[in-house]
Structures are given as C-alpha cells and as structure tokens.
Design a protein around this ligand. Sequence first.
Ligand code: NDP
Length: 254
Amino acid sequence: MKINLFDLTGKTALVTGGSRGLGLAMARGLGLAGARIILNGRNVDALHRSASALCNDGIEVQISPFDVTNPDAVNRAIAEIENTQPVDILLNNAGMQYREALETFPVDQWQRVMNTNCTSAFLVGQAVARGMIARRQGKIINICSLMSELGRPGIAPYAASKGAVKMLTRGMCTDWAQYNIQVNGIGPGYFRTEMNIALSGDPAFSDWLCKRTPAGRWGEADELTGAAVFLASSAANFVNGQILYVDGGLSACV
Ligand code: NDP
C-alpha cells in the first residue's frame, strides 16, 4: 500500500493574506494537497476573486475577511471559524513593506509594519492555538523572510519585524510542542509580487539579485508551495521551531 505523507485531506487551513501573491500560491498548494482553505485578507472583492480561482481548481474554499492587526476582529473571526470547523493548519502570511530611509522613517509606519508582520502572527497564532491545544494537534507556519538574516538598505523596520517573527516561531514551538503543535517558519528570498513591485521593475536591482543568487533568478510564487505543504503535513511531525529558507541559495551566500 502506498502512503502519501503530504496528504492534507480532511484538514482545514487558514491562510492570512491569502488574497494574492505568496499567500494565494501557498493556499492553492495546500488545497491541491487536499485541505479545505479559509482565505483571509481585508479586500473582500479580491478575496472573492481568489476564492473562485481556487474553486475552479477543485479546491473547497471559503473567505474570512478581517484585519489581522485588530485583536477584537481576530478573536471574533477565529471564534466564528472554530464554531463550524477546527483549524488544523494556520499559515501566518499577511504582511507589508514600507520603504524609507531609517533616519526619516515615521513612527506610525514603524508601528504599522510591526503590527502587520509580527503582532498579527502573535494574535492569530494565539487565537488559533487555544483550539489546537484543546485538540492536542496543529501546525502553525509563520512566513518570515531572508531579510531577517541579510542586511539591505532601506528595510530595517521590515527586517526587524521579520526577525521578531523568527523568534516568535521558536517561542511558539517551545511553549506549544508539549500539545503536539508544530510551529515552523518559511523564509522566502525574493519573489515578484505586489509587495516587490518597485524592486522587480528596477533593472539594477534585478541584476544585483540574479548575480548574487546561486540560482541566478527571482523566485516564482508556486515555488513556495512545497515548503508549505511539507510543514503542514504529517511528514513534518517532528520538525519544530525551524525556519526553512526558500531563496534559490541566497542565504547560503550571506
Ligand atoms: P502581497 O503584498 O502581494 O500580499 C500581502 C497580503 O497580505 C495580501 O493578501 C493583503 O491583502 C494581506 N494583508 C496585508 N495587510 C493585512 C491586514 N492588516 N490584515 C489582513 N490581511 C492583510 O505580499 P507577498 O505575497 O509578497 O508577501 C506575503 C508574505 O511573504 C508577507 O508576510 C511578506 O512579508 C513575505 N515575504 C515576501 C517576499 C517576497 O519576495 N514577495 C520575501 C520574503 C517574505 P489585503 O490588502 O486585502 O488585506
């Protein structure tokens, strides 16, 4: 008898920031592996469009619009979701970037970056973990970034927020492993998404990136899917507190 270690049939996966970009690609991967998908974001029209694209791929999907930085909205949404279906897999993916020189970086943007990239993972993770702890099982995947390892100009607050997510991942693992919850991170390198629109349109940057990355190119969103499915599956039952970098080898050259 053949066993598919990566089969997610019967599992429910909540993907924050799943309306586009890397979140949508990973949601599709989890769905194609058999999981029911709950797509989160703030833009309801975008969520409907992305949900119907996943439906066309034969994936069972529903949307859950809420702002991941708002504690009341998070707790309300998770309570509603858990009322009808327990969340087995949480992919904390919602994020943002704001570029400005550090010496003039506005404090309100610092707070936005921290709240969207890091506090959100704490809030949604905490709300979902309560049910996972009661059920004694769960997988949490936090989207980190190569930028917590690699110094680059103009992104110190973003890098700091992703460094915090990396340590939050280790802390969640340390506190919740006893409940059979595995918490890991994925650290993407450079992918062409809306977040990176300015960089991907800059030939000088692309040139630097392609020379510096052993694979010699940008990543494609679909190339994150394998890491997400692996960490969400029973194949990763003894993998905990790790950050898996998916970056064409760029972190190997830091
Ligand atoms: P995009 O800008 O393409 O997508 C961001 C997603 O997050 C959207 O679905 C957006 O939906 C959602 N989002 C943003 N703020 C909130 C909020 N407050 N509440 C709920 N949802 C929110 O980004 P990417 O796909 O590129 O990035 C996804 C993740 O990957 C991020 O965490 C990013 O930091 C990380 N990453 C990306 C890299 C890359 O090269 N692209 C590299 C390393 C890490 P809406 O606006 O409707 O709310």
